[in-house]
Design a protein around this ligand. Structure first.
Ligand SMILES: [Zn+2]
Length: 100
């Protein structure tokens, strides 16, 4: 019985041209062993297919837009904080002059 993971590996193998990591032998027709193992018929090297699940942005263009918007916001923080700091220093100087 093939598991859903085996099915995922089978579909991935149909799209890509996998080769032996040691001798570069094409592994397209080599059957999948137990626990998604593949043994190279040329050199005997054993490899295993690992299935990873990744969360990616559905729309990369939208992601880029959000990032550039955040970048613009971050660029505004420095000048605004400099102006606020200058105003605070000015206020402190005025208070000190009034006291003295
Ligand atoms: Zn090999």
């Amino acid at each position: 019985m093939t598991s859903p993971l085996d099915e995922v590996v089978r579909e991935a193998r149909a799209k890509e041209n996998y080769r032996c990591a040691r001798c570069d032998y094409p592994l397209g027709d080599v059957p999948l062993g137990s626990e998604r193992c593949v043994t190279c018929p040329e050199c005997g090297y054993e490899m295993v297919f690992e299935v990873k699940v990744q969360l990616l942005p559905r729309d990369p263009e939208f992601d880029r837009e959000i990032r550039s918007r955040l970048g613009r916001l971050e660029r505004m923080v420095l000048p605004v904080s400099l102006v606020l700091m200058a105003m605070m220093i000015g206020l402190i100087i005025v208070v000190v002059m009034l006291v003295l």
